[in-house]
Design a binder for this molecule. Structure first.
Ligand code: UT7
Length: 323
């Protein structure tokens, strides 16, 4: 008996912002964004929050699973942009789905969070006796990016994805690899707001509370981490790269995938790519891609798939599983 993905769901906000829309208020162009990143459009939340988007993706995954809310034993929300710190985003999601009682918490490992969340959930399913877990990735990046910084704001979008994990007769998760190396230069940085108190003048406000990134450094890390992660999870599972039907990479930049494909000697069509439509949705990136691929009929039972993510920290994670 393995731990497998039973169903998926996703939610993308209605508002679609094109590269040309961004060029109306930024010194940028559709040509620059398309050739440097592969991004054409992104969805931006209007009136939605990380909690509401997460709840909608989760509700879809739950409905497709055929389970009732009281069969969910564990709820984890992966997010880097929580709309609340109290209660947790996962508690809001759980409440929206009327899941009466379940272990519930949020995690933040930046863009690697969803893979970490699945790994944590599967360990808890093995040790705590849980049968079904709801894992959500949801991010409202539009709230944490600096809309005047053309080198970061063009990269991100908002959205949520979800997956239900269950114990069944598939092999499910075959191997995983989680890592985080020291980010000596804060290549990806976003501080929480700190206000002065009656006891301290210390404050963190303004630009430091928005995402800043040394793009080329992060890209070098991503390419390196990508390659290492693929080698480790395939070796751990005793699987060859050619046996894998589809790879779901964190959708950060199409050039990272071109480089990874070249380095690994594989075709680009081995990667599921939706970055052109949804851009970088941080913790939601992988579950959105999984859900889009599943609804497009690109996944069939028994397929071997790989998830790979990298991001702030500098964190990375990969997982090999049977669909
Ligand atoms: O999820 C977290 C993980 N994040 C990532 O994996 C992101 C990884 N990095 C990247 O995707 C790329 O590094 C970027 C897309 C962010 C940047 O691409 P790049 O090829 O590394 O460009 P660059 O930063 O070296 O900038 C090249 C030029 C600069 O101008 P100068 O200094 O050469 O005159 C930038 O100012 O492009 C300029 N530039 C832009 N021009 C038009 C930067 N952003 C823009 C823009 N439009 N939006």
């Amino acid at each position: 008996m393995g731990i497998s993905i039973l169903s998926t769901g996703c939610f993308l906000p209605e508002k679609i912002v094109t590269n040309d829309d961004l060029a109306t208020f930024l010194d940028t162009s559709d040509e620059w964004i398309t050739t440097r990143t592969g991004i054409k459009t992104r969805h931006i939340a209007v009136g939605e929050t990380t909690s509401t988007m997460g709840a909608k993706a989760a509700a879809q995954a739950l409905e497709r699973s055929g389970l009732s809310p009281d069969e969910i034993d564990l709820v984890i929300c992966a997010t880097v942009s929580p709309d609340v710190c109290c209660p947790m985003v996962s508690a809001n999601i759980k409440k929206a789905l009327q899941i009466e009682s379940a272990a519930t918490f949020d995690i933040n490992v930046n863009c690697s969070s969803f893979i970490y969340a699945i790994a944590i959930a599967s360990s808890m399913m093995q040790t705590c006796g849980y049968r079904n877990a709801l894992i959500v990735g949801s991010d409202t990046n539009s709230q944490i990016i600096d809309w005047s910084d053309r080198s970061t704001c063009v990269l991100f979008g908002d959205g949520a994805g979800a997956a239900i994990l269950t114990k069944d007769d598939r092999r499910g998760i075959l191997s995983s690899h989680l890592d985080c190396i020291i980010d000596q230069d804060n290549m990806l940085y976003c501080a929480n707001k700190i206000d002065p108190t009656p006891f301290s003048d210390h404050a963190v406000q303004g630009a430091d509370t928005k995402v800043s990134m040394h793009g080329s450094g992060v890209m070098r890390f991503a390419i390196h981490a990508f390659h290492d992660a693929v080698e480790i999870v395939t070796q751990k599972a005793g699987v060859k790269l050619e046996d894998i039907q589809l790879i779901f990479p964190h959708q950060a930049n199409i050039r990272i995938l071109y480089s990874a494909a070249k380095k690994m000697g594989i075709d680009m069509d081995k990667f599921y790519v939706d970055i052109d439509k949804v851009a970088n949705t941080s913790c939601a990136s992988i579950p959105i891609a999984l859900d889009l691929a599943a609804t497009e009929g690109k996944l069939k039972r028994g397929d071997l798939i790989m998830l790979i993510a990298f991001g702030g920290g500098l964190s990375s994670g990969a997982m090999l599983l049977e669909w």
